[in-house]
Design a protein around this ligand. Structure first.
Ligand code: HEM
Length: 124
């Protein structure tokens, strides 16, 4: 299976997460419970698929390579997304700041994953 088909499921889950995120955001507070849970669970599913795919591929990567740097960046973005999402729903800390972080992190996550995928695909 080539690199693009390996990442198709991940891409679909990511697009669904973002779509449900915008929908949830559009309906505003108090959050719709069903949409909130779908958004959260699809995000969790995407993280599980990403980790399992990347662990299969990481064996071919040099541990001190740029790939690892991008994977660490992607992991940090994911943690930040879960933390900011939970804080927004709990109404803790500054909401505008959390929303801004929750909007920027998916962009960085996409770039980091694309770079890691690209570098791993080039590895012979
Ligand atoms: C891969 C992980 C995730 C991605 C890519 C993601 C992406 C998004 C996006 C694009 C939005 C729409 C923001 C906007 O209006 O511009 C959103 C909204 C939201 N997300 Fe996530 N999200 C993720 C994980 C989570 C998790 C794990 C939670 C909860 C623990 C969460 C909670 C929320 C909430 C509460 C909103 C609505 C914010 C508001 O407008 O008040 N997200 N998400």
């Amino acid at each position: 299976m080539d690199i693009f088909s390996k990442f198709t499921i991940l891409g679909i889950l990511f697009v669904l997460t973002v779509a449900f995120g915008f929908w949830l955001s559009h309906l505003g507070k108090p959050y719709n419970g069903i949409l909130f849970n779908i958004h959260k669970l699809v995000a969790l599913g995407a993280v599980i698929v990403a980790i399992s795919q990347l662990f299969k591929m990481i064996t071919v990567a040099n541990p001190i390579s740029l790939v690892v740097v991008f994977l660490i960046l992607a992991a940090i973005c994911t943690l930040v997304l879960f933390a900011s999402g939970a804080l927004m729903s709990a109404g803790k800390l500054d909401y505008t700041l959390m929303l801004t972080i929750h909007r920027v992190a998916p962009v960085l996550l996409t770039i980091a994953m694309a770079m890691a995928g690209y570098l791993l695909a080039r590895t012979p």
